[in-house]
Design a binder for this molecule. Structure first.
Ligand code: PEP
Length: 249
């Protein structure tokens, strides 16, 4: 059985004062029935891990460099994230792909490095509005999966997040049929490449304008094992509603 995962991506939001949201989340969900992950900005990873202590919420990074160390000003390695207390890292978010020109090959190298560092790696994929309109969604997803996921992936160290770019931060959400079609497709691709034993265990998250009000119906879709949440993860009150929906799904 795949353990459901509610993952929050704080993006470039939050300061030390934001730890009150983590305290509130822990108070509301001291023993969640699903995995709960928050990926704060890198500046807060150590503080968040310290705030959580032995608590059930996991801490993650939002990106990592493909190398362990070296002359890469401003970058952070997967080992550094692990050292700061992270147990997960997101790679290949569409904002990284767009803002930093990250290619599938870059993402694969980052994911390899993250897996080597012992981090559970959330690899993101998703189509643009134009690609959806051109009926090329599955082709785009297929290419991203093939080129971004390393051969070292397993059911334990890999999570895939399907995030249609046009749904991120826009309030637009695909139909439940569209989400189900892509998630079933991703599952089939993973089982084909890694074998059924591995492919069946990788958790698949949906991301893009998930809110407490639409979480129930999204979590009922086939092969949706949780969500990657941006805006609605910033406030404990909102994210808590999504966690509760996932626990009850
Ligand atoms: C995201 O950035 O991964 C995301 C899904 O954002 P939002 O929930 O705000 O659409």
């Amino acid at each position: 059985m795949r353990k459901k995962l509610a993952a929050g991506n704080w993006k470039m939001n939050g300061t030390l004062g934001s730890m009150i949201e983590i305290d509130a989340l822990m108070e509301k969900h001291p023993d969640p029935k699903c995995d709960v992950l928050i990926c704060p900005p890198a500046t807060l990873v150590a503080a968040m891990a310290a705030t959580i202590g032995d608590g059930a919420i996991k801490t993650g990074g939002q990106d990592c460099h493909a190398q362990t160390s070296g002359a890469h000003t401003g970058d952070i390695s997967a080992q550094m994230l692990a050292d700061a207390g992270a147990s997960y890292v997101i790679v290949g978010h569409s904002e990284r792909r767009q803002d930093h020109n990250e290619s599938d090959s870059d993402i694969r190298h980052k994911a390899e490095s993250a897996i080597s560092a012992g981090l559970v790696t959330v690899v993101c994929c998703g189509e643009t509005d134009a690609e959806r309109e051109a009926n090329s969604t599955l082709e785009i997803i297929s290419g991203q999966l093939a080129a971004s996921i390393p051969d070292t992936a397993t059911g334990e160290n890999l999570v895939v997040a399907y995030e249609p770019i046009w749904a991120i931060g826009t309030g637009k959400v695909p139909t439940l049929e569209q989400i189900g079609e892509v998630h079933d497709f991703i599952r089939a691709k993973l089982e084909k490449r890694f074998g059924q034993d591995v492919g069946c265990c990788v958790r698949l998250l949906y991301g893009g304008s998930v809110k407490p009000s639409n979480a129930d119906e999204i979590f009922a879709v086939s092969n949706v094992d949780g969500a990657l949440v941006g805006g609605a993860s910033l406030k404990a009150a909102d994210f808590s509603g999504i966690i509760t929906a996932l626990e009850n799904s």
